[in-house]
Design a protein around this ligand. Structure first.
Ligand code: F6R
Length: 238
């Protein structure tokens, strides 16, 4: 595991974008695993900027997002599909049909999980998976639990996740209580993993994940077993 500590969110975002850019330049038909949340917004801004300058081409890129809230469709501005379209996909030349987000409105979410895993396998797996980290150590929506869950699955969101995500909703009651998330299997099988963490409030959990025991109680700790994982963190106040 490589750990890169930087002093500003801008620096974190530029370095993360540079790693993703290098992946796309080296393999134009890369399968990118993408994340939502506050942390990757700056990274997506740099990727957009470099695309607009002509330095990056997403024509052949395929993408698979980590997760989606149960019950939200892509037209809902709180959905992760909406987030991805607005923060990245609408601004670059990726083909929309090559972008994938779990369908939170699928009638049978378990079946949707199996479909999503089959899709990732059909794409040949993930070349580079971008991750954020929750205050409880979650990656995707793999919440702390008793064992790592391998496949894409439905999760009940923990109190800490609901509270953290309430900032995006009118009220905490509006945060969906369930989500569908890629499991630890597809994340660990990604050829490269890039985890980004920003803010003083992420310091404690990043240290636990990076230096503590590998345990499903801190889902991100599993990344220590990954052969090619980079962590970029900034613990400064904004
Ligand atoms: C988002 C995701 C989550 C976030 C995490 C950190 O797709 O899977 O694991 O990465 O909750 O969120 P932020 O970046 O908002 O602190």
């Amino acid at each position: 595991m490589r750990i890169i500590e930087v002093n500003s969110y801008e620096d974190l975002s530029r370095k993360a974008a540079a790693i993703i850019a290098a992946q796309v330049i080296g393999k134009p038909d890369s399968v990118l695993g993408l994340a939502t949340g506050s942390t990757p917004i700056g990274t997506y801004r740099y990727l957009t900027e470099w695309y607009k300058k002509g330095d990056l081409d997403f024509e052949k890129v395929r993408s698979v997002n980590l997760d989606e809230y149960a019950g939200l469709g892509g037209d809902n501005d709180q959905s992760y599909r909406y987030f991805m379209n607005h923060n990245l996909f609408n601004h670059i030349n990726i083909h929309m049909e090559n972008t994938n987000v779990p369908n939170g409105r699928a009638e049978d979410l378990q079946a949707e999980g199996s479909r999503y895993d089959a899709l990732i396998a059909a794409l040949g797996g993930i070349d580079l998976q971008l991750l954020g980290i929750g205050h409880n150590g979650h990656i995707g929506f793999n919440e702390p639990c008793d064992e790592f869950v391998v496949g894409t699955h439905v999760v009940d969101l923990g109190e800490s996740t609901i509270n953290a995500n309430a900032r995006f909703f009118a009220a905490a009651e509006d945060v969906p209580r369930q989500a569908i998330t890629m499991g630890i299997g597809a994340i660990m099988q990604a050829k490269k993993v890039l985890l980004i963490a920003n803010g003083p409030d992420k310091k404690e959990i990043v240290e636990k994940a990076v230096f503590g025991p590998v345990t499903p109680k801190v889902p991100a700790s599993v990344l220590r077993l990954h052969p090619d994982c980079t962590v970029i963190c900034c613990f400064q106040k904004a």
